[in-house]
Design a protein around this ligand. Structure first.
Ligand code: HEM
Length: 477
């Protein structure tokens, strides 16, 4: 039975996943200290923006807004079937989201469906295969070394060997942008700087709550008008990078250009659209997500000096006499991988895995008619004490240890999404994060600044609303 307007109801009853709703609907926006951030739970903030409060309590339920019907699911068999559903003709991305986010994503890979998506996935996936990523580690190290050198420089000039207080977010964005620019587009962050700044403005514009625009798909509302203006400017800049790019034909950009020329068969405007849309998608997909994850990771390590020490010792050992890690050293850093995994469990950049049924499908025994939007709220799964244990809201990387006492719950860990549409940049992002954290932690001790205010905010991705403020001290030999 599918619901009428505003009528949430529970689909087949279940005994699993009954959470108690015990948190408030918004985060206390105040300075945080080690004592105040005892546990991590940003579901209140995500629920307030996107989902009815049932999202915490009911493993499967449906509701509708206007003529759009939504199915919320955290039940393992529903999530399993969504993961196993690989046909691009069964599940795609929500058409209404594509309309509202169009200025940011266009017809690129992130929001497209069906054959158009399958074509783009085939084209882009090989550029992120593990052997390609291993070949990019050197470029990542150059970008991370520049960041660490700039922090060391600021430390010398401003604090005479004392602790340096830093708001790290913009520097991490610059790092992530530099890595994407060099590895995927054969240019430097200098060239891409304006593009990234505008993509961030576009992200803010399209993530403003605008239910009317979402329901009607109207592009004439003020928020969408501003987004379209920005979009025109981004397009102009990206075409400039494409014209100037000089990467010897080996980058993702070159692959996109070749494919666009073949597919568009002489239609220059269509070829341009294909390249611009996918550049915007990759800039967005790989830029904010990694930078924000790095920020959460450093915040958590600053709160947990015992883990900071372990990861720093491991990085030094793995690198040996070398000043920076290579692909083999990254592979040895198991503790660091566990810390990144736990960070992504507590603060997954993507708050929901969303799909739209393109034709009637059955997920976990629930019949889902064509057109229904399916939402899997990731934090609800990641923080469920029935799945992860009573300490689900605590930072404990040990739960990802290779020889862990308790097996990971199946279909309950989705920081990189699910199934056929799982994140293409997973290996790339993990290498990028490991390079950065290994270098930073081998040079600095991190502490949380007393002025840090813990306030995760949802702007398409979950980010620290007021940034992350750290105190850095040079590490002894
Ligand atoms: C920590 C960093 C990252 C996180 C947490 C993350 C997370 C995600 C998530 C949740 C999805 C949606 C998956 C789904 O709907 O099932 C996604 C898709 C995607 N990501 Fe990432 N991502 C990260 C970094 C990157 C990087 C660095 C790149 C590339 C440079 C990238 C490229 C993509 C692409 C191309 C898709 C679309 C896949 C498709 O629809 O077929 N991501 N990512």
């Amino acid at each position: 039975m599918w619901p009428k307007f505003g009528q949430p109801h529970r689909q087949p009853s279940t005994t699993k996943g009954q959470l108690t709703c015990h948190a408030t609907r918004s985060w206390p926006d105040r300075p945080a200290s080690f004592c105040q951030i005892k546990t991590h739970d940003e579901r209140a903030m995500i629920t307030a923006r996107h989902h009815p409060v049932h999202a915490w309590c009911c493993p499967v339920f449906t509701y509708s807004i206007g003529n759009m019907v939504f199915l919320h699911a955290t039940r393992a068999d529903v999530v399993r079937d969504l993961t196993l559903c690989v046909s691009p003709l069964d599940l795609g991305k929500s058409a209404y989201m594509k309309a509202t986010h169009r200025p940011l994503f266009g017809d690129g890979i992130l929001k497209s469906s069906g054959d158009a998506w399958a074509h783009q996935r085939r084209l882009i996936a090989p550029e992120f295969f593990p052997d390609k990523v291993r070949g990019m580690v050197g470029l990542m190290v150059s970008s991370a070394t520049a960041l660490v050198a700039s922090w060391e420089g600021r430390m010398t000039t401003t604090t005479r060997g004392q602790e340096l207080e830093l708001r790290i977010d913009d520097d991490l964005r610059a790092y992530s942008a530099d890595v994407i620019s060099r590895t995927c587009f054969g240019s430097s962050y200098g060239k891409g700087k304006e593009i990234f700044a505008m993509i961030r403005e576009l992200q803010k514009a399209v993530s403003k709550p605008d239910l009317l625009a979402e329901m009607t798909g109207l592009g004439c509302l003020p928020t969408t008008r501003a987004a379209w203006t920005l979009n025109g400017q981004v397009r102009h800049l990206i075409l400039g990078v494409v014209r100037d790019s000089d990467d010897g034909g080996g980058s993702l950009l070159s692959a996109m250009l070749r494919s666009a020329a073949e597919a568009a068969a002489g239609d220059a405007a269509a070829a341009e659209d294909f390249v611009v849309d996918n550049c915007k998608n990759i800039y967005f997909a790989g830029y904010e997500t990694t930078a924000v994850t790095a920020a959460w990771c450093m915040m958590l390590l600053a709160l947990h000096p015992e883990w900071q020490r372990q990861v720093s010792d491991e990085a030094r050992q793995a690198c040996g006499d070398a000043a920076a890690p290579d692909a083999a050293a990254l592979h040895k850093m198991k503790k660091l991988t566990m810390v990144i995994q736990e960070t992504l469990r507590l603060y997954p950049a993507g708050s929901v895995v969303s799909r739209q049924a393109l034709r009637d499908v059955t997920l976990g025994g629930v019949r889902v008619p064509a057109g229904v939007n399916i939402y899997v709220p990731v934090s609800t799964l990641h923080l469920d004490p029935e799945l992860w244990g009573a300490d689900a809201r605590d930072f404990d990387p040990e739960r990802f240890a290779p020889a862990r006492a308790r097996p990971l719950p199946p279909h309950a860990y989705l920081p990189f999404g699910a199934g056929a549409r799982t994140c293409l940049g997973q290996a790339f992002a993990t290498a990028e994060l490991k390079v950065l954290l290994a270098l930073v932690l081998s040079r600095f001790d991190l502490r949380l600044s007393p002025s840090y205010r813990h306030s995760p905010a949802l702007r398409l991705i979950v980010e620290p609303q007021h940034g992350v403020r750290l105190l850095l001290k040079r590490r002894g030999p």
